[in-house]
Design a protein around this ligand. Structure first.
Ligand code: PLP
Length: 443
């Protein structure tokens, strides 16, 4: 085996001795050391370049080390590193204005948080105070964050060991035609049945007890399930009819990932609250937030909002957000992601599926795709269990690394979620690596 570079060896040794990692059995992990990064590439412990088809945790929407975002952070650091949240600040005010300029005009203000989970926590808190109700409905196949309430509204297995004490969280099935919970045979039927199911859940839980429906506009970590046309509009209609706040979680799908500024635009719908994080700063400095519409805002006109954070709207993070959004505007990044999905990733992944029987389904839009890997296409049995892995999945992941590709791997899926501004050449090179990796791993 090739030895790690001396600096990476030291980092690895210190990490293993002193750092406690997320979602992991601490003695069973071997973290990759990333020593540097540029655009769509990162360099590992051995100074090997890897093409980043993961955007890390789906957040480097502008790739690594975008010069305008780096410069904005440096400039803000030189001017004013930090202020307390009760003071007004230029970077924060401008970030709020810019973010709102890409949302429907029903959105009036932004409450800034440190990341996605706390954005979800605060959106739910606002909805509860606004409606005077407690219950929250969320989808089984979803991820909303790692804090107490956010992990309880989450649907995926990371919830299981944390599922205690959250009052009033009720899960429902969202649409997912490939593994239809409704035995549907086409998208329209899946949509209709998923909405009928949600309508029943609302009726049986008691509409007068429910504050909000919280859902990812496109469920991301759970498998990039783009909802059928009309589903989000149907949820909006159910929320209107029952007085529920509609919270769209755009933490992963937002800021261009789905080829739109926000993924709910794909179904031409207007949520009441939108949560965001990740892509808003391309992940360079942690930032999240809740975008708020008029009726919810009015609740807090004369009544103090009972919540806050020491670092709400931190100037370094907000300066990064301003530079990220301006760079995306000037460089046409959102349209580029849309085109990338149509011209390169969609056709390329479908071509891989034509040649690799392990690929059961190809789903996605923009720079947001998943390959659903199956034992055989007839049974659609996943090659790894939900929330787990398998020897076969491990082989495919390892083969990607040997090829020089860093994909986002979850359960039985490979998510293809590169930076939105990846070049066509790099995107095609990554697809070729994936092709060879599947070939090698599958023999
Ligand atoms: N919501 C969604 C849709 C997410 O994908 C994530 C993270 O992956 C979160 C919320 C939580 O965000 P954070 O990890 O920044 O707290």
């Amino acid at each position: 085996a090739v030895p790690r570079t001396p600096a990476a060896a030291r980092t690895y040794e210190l990490d293993r001795r002193h750092v406690f990692h997320s979602w992991s059995a601490q003695e069973r992990i071997s973290p990759m050391v990333i020593t540097r990064a540029e655009g769509s590439w990162v360099w590992d412990d051995y100074d090997h370049p890897l093409l980043d088809f993961s955007s890390q945790l789906v957040f480097t929407n502008l790739g690594h080390q975008h010069p305008r975002v780096v410069a904005a952070i440096q400039q803000q650091a030189a001017t004013l590193c930090t202020v307390a949240p009760q003071h007004a600040n230029a970077a924060r005010a401008e970030a709020a204005r810019l973010i709102l300029s890409h949302l429907p005009d029903t959105f009036e203000k932004i409450f800034f948080t440190n990341g996605g989970a706390d954005a979800v926590e605060h959106a739910i808190r606002m909805a509860r105070l606004h409606t005077g109700r407690i219950k929250v409905l969320s989808a089984y196949r979803s991820y909303h964050g790692g804090t107490d309430l956010a992990i309880n509204v989450t649907g995926d297995p990371r919830r299981w060991e944390n599922d205690h004490g959250a009052a009033g969280v009720v899960h429902f099935f969202g649409p997912f035609l490939y593994r239809s919970p409704f035995h549907a045979t086409d998208e329209a039927q899946e949509c209709e049945r998923a909405l009928a199911h949600l309508e029943q859940v609302i009726a049986l839980e008691g509409p007068g007890t429910i504050a909000a429906v919280v859902l990812e506009s496109i469920p991301g970590t759970a498998g990039v399930m783009v909802p059928p046309a009309g589903y989000l509009r149907g949820v909006r209609e159910l929320c209107d009819r029952n007085g529920l706040v509609m919270i769209a979680d755009e933490v992963m799908a937002g800021f261009g990932r789905a080829g739109r500024w926000f993924a709910f635009e794909l179904d031409d719908v207007r949520p009441d609250l939108v949560t965001f994080a990740k892509g808003v700063t391309s992940g360079y400095v942690p930032l999240g937030g809740v975008a708020i519409t008029g009726p919810v805002l009015r609740t807090f006109d004369d009544r103090a909002y009972p919540g806050g954070l020491t670092y709400s709207g931190h100037p370094l993070a907000c300066a990064a957000a301003v530079a990220t959004v301006r760079a995306m505007e000037d460089e046409g990044t959102v349209a580029a992601a849309d085109r990338l999905g149509r011209d390169v990733l969609g056709p390329g992944l479908r071509d891989l599926a034509a040649r690799h029987p392990v690929i059961g389904d190809v789903r996605g839009v923009g720079a947001f795709w998943a390959l659903d890997l199956v034992e055989d296409r007839a049974s659609r049995t996943p090659i790894a269990p939900t929330g787990g892995t398998s020897e076969r999945m491990g082989r495919i992941t390892a083969a990607c690394r040997v090829e020089g590709l860093l994909p986002f791997v979850s359960s039985n899926r490979i998510h293809v979620v590169p930076p939105l501004n990846i070049s066509d050449g790099d995107a095609r090179a990554g697809l070729a690596m994936l092709d060879r990796a599947l070939g090698a791993a599958e023999g």
